[in-house]
Design a protein around this ligand. Structure first.
Ligand code: DMJ
Length: 618
């Protein structure tokens, strides 16, 4: 009932805002900006050779009536200022925070009532879902669902972040009492690590935090059970790192029997190279270097396979031969969290080699993947965009970008490159505005989805949240409001929130992935919850790639072992001292947008309009 009135309130407020904007644009048509240049077709992102070789621009798009209000009546640029700039009303913000909380509660309760102890909720048929035993080749399901109450585990720290101590305590006890990893399930090492291991460690850190910033999250008679469970799971994943000639792990492991005999020797860069945050934390909490050692060895092996010419990595590699099977270098599927974890490992553990790798990789990305004008907010040319290229020569491989790449502006914020983050984020937001979701793959040349589903992914709201923390620009609250509104409108199902099967037709699929609760709802909530302990100075949290919070503190910087790679050069590698830890809550270590721009648009309206045109919004 309360939830209904919150939604109703939101809709009324939103209608009021739109009516006001409509009135303003009607009364003052001259407010619209004039544009000095006609926009070029998107092919300007291509080099000449690429344009001549068949990547020709194609027209064809349609207007969704849902977005008509955005355009205003005169189609000018003034409506961007009218809609987005100025202070964001406090009460509206509080309502949106409550709406995000309600969204999480609906999904979580739906899972607990209809699906637990299964891994996921089928939100349309209101039932649980586990591994697909009948079809072991159904990797979309079996890689993730291990028959270990995935959604419950993945949601733990969101309960804490939302201050729900009674449910957090109940959920932790349920996990301790009912979950076992002694299962005949073949899962992807990466998925089990980021969703399960990461969540167990995050909850363990929250429970054992002497300051208890989220309220009373302590568990009576807690005896490090979650840490022991994390270790048990990690030990079951270790066979993936054996019998590999390169040190790059097998992609999948059976939790009872180790690597299956018919196992694939090919793995993606992100899957093999984004295990260091969780494995490193586990090692440092246990004082056992094994886990960090194998994860670090995998990162280094991948890193050493980068192209000598471009410095880029591909997306699929053979773990025995070290040959690149997938030569595509991009920032989305297959690559994304590899880059993310170089920087996050450095932030957490302070090993300078991680930062050096990240900085080198970032430079190569800027040199070879980035297209468009040099500066985000000035000059002429197309908006910056990061494309998919061949790792060996930097040539464009296709004309799509994927939904996962929307995380990158958030990583750029962490790196301190806020200005560039603003532009890439704006591009993804424009796609969201057009469809009310992000298609899994969007073809920027055809201005249409190549792969049209949207499984409730968090990446855009994650970047939105991080950009808001860095700039405090209310524009990002408007973006969050749009995201919340369309999730509510298009993905809500009988018992939870459902994957969009097709972002144009808005048809649904009966699946609610666990990251909807661990990430999408969490970032939405945090975006609107100014007072959250995560944002308080003195608390320094880092988000894992699955959105789990972990505190950046001394115990992760003091490893009890001397050096797990005792070669000469590494022995001499400098390490940050604990007091050199830079703030990760984004308040001090980045190139911040100046205060005088706080209430202006983060991106000039002519550039916003340019992007909207390029994605076929106007
Ligand atoms: C999540 O499991 C993580 O965010 C991962 O890094 C990428 N894929 C999903 C969300 O889209």
């Amino acid at each position: 009932m309360r939830w209904r009135s919150v939604v109703l309130g939101l809709v009324v407020l939103r209608l009021g805002l739109h009516a006001l904007l409509w009135l303003l644009s009607g009364l003052a048509p001259g407010l619209g900006l004039r544009f000095p240049w006609a926009l070029p077709p998107p092919s300007r992102w291509l080099g000449r050779a690429e344009a001549e070789s068949g990547f020709a621009p194609t027209a064809g798009r349609c207007w969704g009536p849902h977005w008509a209000a955005l355009r205003g009546r005169n189609g000018g640029g003034g409506e961007y200022e009218q809609r987005y700039s100025g202070a964001f009303p406090g009460p509206l913000r509080a309502q949106l925070r409550d709406a995000a909380r309600g969204m999480f509660a609906f999904g979580y309760d739906g899972y607990m009532h209809h699906a637990f102890p299964h891994d996921e909720l089928d939100p349309i048929h209101c039932r649980g879902r586990g591994p697909d035993r009948r079809d072991p080749s159904n990797l979309n399901i079996n890689d993730v669902l291990g028959n270990y109450s995935l959604t419950l585990i993945d949601a733990l720290d969101t309960l804490a972040v939302m201050g729900n101590s009674s449910e957090f305590q109940k959920a932790v006890k349920l996990v301790i009492d009912t979950v076992s990893f002694d299962k005949d399930s073949t899962v992807q090492v990466f998925e089990a690590t980021i969703r399960i291991l990461g969540s167990l460690l995050s909850a363990h850190i929250i429970i054992t935090d002497t300051k208890q910033p989220f309220g009373d999250m302590a568990i009576k008679d807690y005896d490090n059970e979650l840490l022991h469970m994390a270790r048990d799971l990690a030990v079951r994943l270790l066979p993936a790192f054996e019998n590999t000639k390169t040190g790059i792990p097998y992609p999948r492991v059976n939790l009872k029997n180790g690597v299956p005999p018919d196992s694939n020797n090919e793995t993606c860069t992100a899957g093999a190279g984004s295990l260091l945050v969780e494995f490193g934390m586990l090692s440092r909490l246990l004082g056992d270097s094994t886990f960090e050692w194998v994860a670090r060895r995998a990162v280094k092996a991948l890193w050493n396979l980068r192209s000598n010419d471009t410095g880029l990595l591909g997306n699929v590699v053979n773990i025995q031969t070290g040959h690149w099977v997938g030569k595509q270098s991009g920032l989305g599927a297959g690559s994304d969290s590899f880059y993310e974890y170089l920087l996050k490992s450095y932030i957490l553990f302070g090993e300078k080699e991680d930062l050096e790798m990240f900085n080198d990789a970032y430079r190569s990305i800027q040199n070879h993947l980035r297209r468009g004008r040099e500066a985000c907010n000035e000059g002429e040319g197309d908006p910056p965009l990061y494309v998919n290229v061949n790792m060996f020569n930097g040539q464009l491989m296709n004309t799509w970008i994927d939904s996962l790449q929307a995380f990158f502006p958030g990583l750029q914020v962490l790196k301190g490159d806020v200005e560039d983050a603003i532009c890439l984020h704006a591009f993804y937001y424009a796609i969201w505005k057009r469809y009310g979701a992000l298609p899994e793959r969007y073809n920027w040349q055809l201005q249409a989805p190549d792969v049209p589903f949207y499984p409730l992914r968090p990446e855009l709201v994650e970047s939105t949240y991080l950009l808001y923390q860095a700039t405090k620009n209310p524009f990002y609250l408007h973006v969050g409001m749009d995201i919340l509104e369309s999730l509510e409108k298009y993905t809500k199902a009988k018992c939870g929130y459902a994957t969009l099967h097709h972002v144009v037709e808005k048809s649904k699929e009966d699946r609610m992935e666990s990251f909807f609760l661990s990430e999408t709802c969490k970032y939405l909530y945090l975006l609107f919850d100014e007072e959250n302990p995560v944002h308080k100075s003195g608390n320094k949290y880092l988000f894992t790639t699955e959105g789990h919070i972990v505190s950046v503190d001394k115990r992760f910087r003091d490893s009890v072992w001397q050096d797990i790679f005792p070669e000469e050069e590494e022995k001499n590698a400098p390490k940050l001292k604990p007091n050199e830890v830079k703030a990760v809550n984004l308040s001090s270590n980045c190139n911040r947008v100046p205060d005088e721009r706080r209430y202006l648009l983060p991106l000039k309206s002519i550039y916003m309009r340019q992007i909207d045109q390029m994605v076929g919004l106007i």
